[in-house]
Design a protein around this ligand. Structure first.
Ligand code: SF4
Length: 1019
């Protein structure tokens, strides 16, 4: 590198005051080179850096302004190519590419192939059939190229190749001194322009060239003599990496390591920085491939406080808030506006919620999840409107809610806000046209408005991302007037933004810089790390351009780059850069693919470095891997290397006997202290502790025999009987699973909604029969039942739209089948009885009796003079000659209901409780002269249940009272132990919260206190 500096110094010294222009790969690269020269004491006056493109733009600025043309953005060039391809295919003008599926990627590859051809300076008429493997392909490419050019002309655009052609024609050679690095890669048109600009009089800074590797076809290197290699610099001998036989024997202070996965590779670099106290702004990490390294470093920087990074290639736009919002909105729209897709955007703050009076995010997401919107654009406003009407009615009509009026009003205000919000979101969303297609420009405009208004912008990267997204969408909005099919439009919109990088930065003071090794030659920092030197990533495999094969590129000639040379060029570039490093150099690779679960080998270039360092050409991969030793993993080898708490703890816990005394740290980590305390309590086997469900509180809070305000339901008591701990979580701590309406492509109604539908069908059926005074007759009433079922299904279809007609037809058939099964079962089993009461509720509506089927809670008296309030909903009460019969419809299978398990160890109590309630209610209300319940049972009317019935004759009332006494004792004593049977856990909502499986057998055994154990004796 010193030789390069010397050449620059010479040019500057010879022309101290003349205007000088350094043409480089990028502005940043040029600036870095000048900074390095300045640091070495060179005084530079009147020198600026430029890129070839920028110089061409400056030359053409006036001409473009006069002609009203502009340079086409990349994304628009691809859009135009896609449109050209579609037009040509529809007109039957393509032969070779006729059956090619036109995707955004295909559009991009073809656009870049055409631009590659144009950048050689040849004309569309210069390509001939013999240059291609197939003459039809040649013809197609010519047609596409010509149409693409025509499209640019019509729309008043020029591309990069046109720009350089125009610049070469219009340039007035200037007298300033142009300086060009020897390794600057130039297309033929760029070279033409350079020659026209400088009258072929420019100064070249010659870079050292690697031995035994091809020189780059497109650079100036093959036109000038190579520099003689000076071995005075620390890594100059690396120039012999591909010519080891002639390599000088010098010391190579290179350091190497390998790691378990890329994340640990990155972490190891940072650990080294920390341990050796290496300043960030004297360090740069180069990668061989952008992903995953860039992404991992970005994530790590978010997790580790105060890690200032600059990214030479920027960060993925998807990592910014506007990027996440854009792709989130696209998924939301593409997948049918599912609530589950918009909730994370709001919850995670990606969606900026407008207005000071907006409800909290948690309230918005709660409403969205629980109001049953589920999915579908129309359902948002419909459901919100219905909810607003409901709340209005409740506020107006229900005097019993007077105390709660404020909360209802707040809810009302919140729903009004939601209505306004979603109206705003959907206002400019375009409708489908008559052929079911979507207007592309209008959808882009809709997204543009939303990203502009609702992006949460908290950083410079967010700001930049929002601008880029809106700018690209505006281009589509203004220039593309087509309608597309659903799949196509979403693919195009994703492609529009995908891969864009923002927050591109040069190295900054105080910041660790991350960049691609291609920029390495220009960045001068003392400590250099190269990651990603594994066999898969570097130099990578040889790839063909699927449109323009290398064999065709070779025949076309004119400096058209061959993709087959890419791996060799990559080695050339990396070696040239490595040999220029001045300070420390550490190279590494990930030795394990954690996704594929397999070992990964080092790159051949790493082996060459190892051989060069060891001065032994015969060493092989096994020697290298052995020398590298243990792979760097999750645990730092030195506690002082730890980057975060997690690494510190891993480091401490792996210290064995040398482990420090953990007590010292307990005060620093109160949560840890709580955890250790909980664990030791759980290990205690003598007595129940709060960590086993033993809670100390006033019985009136939980015991309904003490508190007059507590109203129990059968399902509550059954849950208590099944697992007191689950009861504690559900009814004491009031933790509830989120009941969300989830879109399933193959399902119309979930179990609960389908259950409600069956109940509605059977209720209406029997009520109508009762009104008509007709006894049931399966043959005569089948059609009647089906009509009711169809009517209610049609109504349900409006409130819960099926995913498709196919799914609806399937579920309709299944429901009608179940109706047939129900009818048959009824005719056989209930022919002598009279169904009298349906969907009879008590205690379900605080505020009292509304009608004859909706009563206040029923007081159940126990033989020991205790009493409690019970609420519930009874599906059906039949009158028979011997007494009343209570039925409950079950829409699943009979699994879990056995004739031998009357109470199922305290888990099935509903039949007995409802019998007590009906007897008490009917006599109190004088609804029946002899309200004696003789049986209470379950009907399984669906295909799964095959119409079976499980009957519980009401002959074990004493046992029921004993069970209830045990349950109320558990409550009054605050004992909420876990179930003794792990089968109870299979369908439990609290599996993750309770972690029963992590308890020891002894720990579970101590929970089996007598009062609970006794329950299980009631089979
Ligand atoms: S998972 Fe099992 S032990 Fe835990 S709460 Fe549920 S039923 Fe009880």
């Amino acid at each position: 590198m010193q030789a390069v500096m010397d050449q620059l110094r010479e040019i500057v010294m010879k022309n101290p005051l003349s205007e000088k222009v350094l043409i480089s790969l990028s502005f940043s690269a040029g600036r870095q080179l000048l900074e390095r020269a300045t640091r070495q004491g060179l005084t530079i006056l009147n020198l600026k850096t430029e890129t070839m493109r920028n110089l061409a733009e400056q030359v053409c600025q006036k001409s473009l302004l006069n002609s009203g043309r502009s340079i086409i953005p990349d994304i628009l060039a691809i859009e135009f190519t896609i449109q050209v391809l579609e037009r040509l295919r529809q007109a039957g003008r393509l032969t070779y590419f006729n059956s090619l599926e036109i995707t955004p990627s295909v559009g991009s590859i073809i656009t870049h192939s055409i631009i590659d051809l144009k950048m050689t300076g040849i004309d569309v008429n210069d390509i001939t059939t013999e240059m291609f493997v197939d003459s039809c392909k040649c013809e197609d490419i010519k047609i596409i190229w010509a149409e693409y050019d025509k499209e640019l002309q019509i729309r008043k655009y020029i591309d990069q190749a046109d720009l350089l052609q125009l610049a070469a024609r219009e340039v007035n050679p200037s007298h300033c001194i142009y300086i060009v690095p020897s390794n600057l890669k130039m297309h033929p048109l760029e070279r033409n322009f350079l020659e026209a600009l400088t009258k072929n009089n420019f100064q070249v800074i010659n870079f050292s060239r690697p031995k035994g590797i091809i020189t780059l076809q497109t650079s100036l290197e093959n036109e000038i003599s190579p520099l003689s290699i000076e071995l005075s610099e620390p890594y100059s001998s690396l120039l012999y990496l591909n010519d080891l036989t002639n390599a000088p024997v010098t010391e190579l202070p290179i350091q190497m390591f390998h790691a378990y996965g890329e994340s640990n590779e990155i972490r190891q670099v940072l650990r080294k920085l920390k341990l050796e106290k290496i300043p960030f702004d004297q360090t740069v990490i180069f990668y061989t491939v952008q992903d995953p390294y860039n992404h991992l470093l970005f994530d790590l920087a978010q997790g580790i406080d105060q890690l200032p990074l600059t990214f030479g290639q920027g960060i993925d736009i998807c990592a910014t808030n506007p990027g996440r919002l854009y792709f989130g909105l696209l998924s939301w729209a593409e997948r049918g506006f599912k609530v589950s897709d918009i909730v994370p955007l709001i919850r995670d703050g990606v969606f900026k919620i407008p207005g000071e009076k907006s409800p909290p995010k948690s309230t918005i997401t709660h409403y969205l999840r629980t109001t049953g919107i589920g999915w579908g654009k129309e359902r948002y406003l419909e459901t919100i409107d219905n909810e607003i009407i409901n709340i209005k009615n409740q506020i107006k009509a229900d005097v019993a809610f007077e105390d709660d009026n404020d909360s209802y009003k707040a809810r009302f205000e919140n729903f009004l806000w939601l209505k306004k919000f979603f109206t705003q979101l959907f206002t400019s969303l375009p409708d489908l046209d008559s052929e079911g297609r979507i207007p592309y420009a209008q959808l882009a405009a809709w997204l543009n408005t939303l990203v502009d208004q609702f992006s949460s912008v908290v950083s410079q990267a967010d700001h930049e991302a929002k601008n880029v997204i809106c700018r690209n969408l505006k281009l589509i909005e203004d220039s593309v007037a087509i309608h597309l099919k659903r799949d196509d439009i979403f693919a195009r919109l994703k492609f529009l933004i995908k891969g864009i990088r923002v927050s591109v930065s040069s190295p900054k003071p105080g910041h660790l810089h991350i960049d691609h090794y291609n920029s390495g030659l220009w960045i001068s920092r003392q400590n250099v790390f190269i990651v990603g030197l594994d066999a898969n990533r570097f130099p990578g495999t040889m790839r063909e351009d699927p449109i323009l094969l290398d064999i065709e590129r070779e025949k076309i000639g004119h400096g058209l780059p061959l993709l087959g040379n890419r791996p060799k060029e990559k080695v050339h570039d990396l070696v040239q850069f490595l040999s220029s490093v001045q300070g420390t150099l550490t190279v590494s690779y990930s030795a394990f693919d954690t996704l594929e679960n397999r070992a990964v080998f080092p790159s051949s270039i790493l082996l060459q470095m190892y051989r060069l360092k060891a001065h032994d050409e015969t060493l092989d991969y096994s020697d290298l891997i052995e020398t590298l030793g243990t792979r760097k993993g999750f645990t730092p080898s030195d506690i002082d290397e730890s980057l975060d708490d997690q690494e510190w703890w891993l480091s401490v816990l792996s210290m064995g006997n040398k482990k420090p005394d953990l007590d010292t740290f307990k005060t620093l980590y109160p949560a840890l202290l709580d955890g250790l305390n909980a664990e030791s309590n759980r290990q205690q086997i003598e007595e129940l502790t709060p960590f086993d469900g033993k809670v100390n509180f006033d019985p009136s809070i939980v015991d309904p025999t003490v508190s007059k305000d507590l109203v129990m339901s059968c399902s509550q008591l059954e849950m208590l009987g099944k697992c007191p701990f689950a009861y504690f979580l559900r009814y004491v701590l009031k933790i509830q699973p989120i009941e969300e309406l989830v879109f399933d492509q193959g399902v119309w109604l979930n179990a609960k909604t389908k259950g409600d539908l069956y109940h509605g069908i059977f209720e209406r059926f029997y009520k109508k029969l009762a009104n008509q005074g007709e006894p049931l007759n399966a043959a005569r009433h089948a059609q009647f039942l089906y009509e009711i079922a169809d009517e209610l299904m049609s109504q349900k279809k409006v409130s819960v739209p099926p995913p498709s007609e196919l799914v609806y037809d399937y579920e309709r058939k299944s429901i009608l089948d179940s109706c047939r099964i129900f009818l048959k079962s009824e005719e056989i089993e209930s022919c002598d009885d009279v169904p009298k009461y349906f969907e009879l509720t008590f205690g379900m509506h605080p505020g009292g009796t509304k009608n004859n089927e909706n009563f206040e809670a029923v007081t159940i008296e126990l033989p020991n003079d205790k009493r409690f309030l019970l609420r519930g909903k009874i599906d059906r009460v039949d009158e028979s000659a011997n007494g009343l019969k209570i039925w409950d419809y079950k829409t699943g299978s009979t699994f879990g209901y056995s004739d031998k398990e009357y109470f199922k160890g305290g888990r099935q109590l509903q039949h007995g409780l409802y019998a007590l309630a009906i007897e008490r209610l009917f006599s109190e209300k004088e609804l029946h002269t002899n309200p004696k319940v003789i049986l209470s049972g379950y009907i399984f009317p669906t295909r799964k249940g095959e119409g079976k019935r499980v009957v519980r004759l009401q002959v074990r009332r004493d046992s029921l009272y004993e069970i209830l006494n045990r349950l109320f004792t558990l409550l009054s004593e605050g004992t909420f132990v876990m179930t003794d049977d792990e089968n109870d856990c299979h369908y439990c909502d609290y599996r993750d919260a309770c972690n029963r499986h992590s308890r020891s057998k002894k720990g579970l055994d101590k929970m089996m206190i007598d009062i609970f154990r006794g329950l299980r004796n009631y089979a």
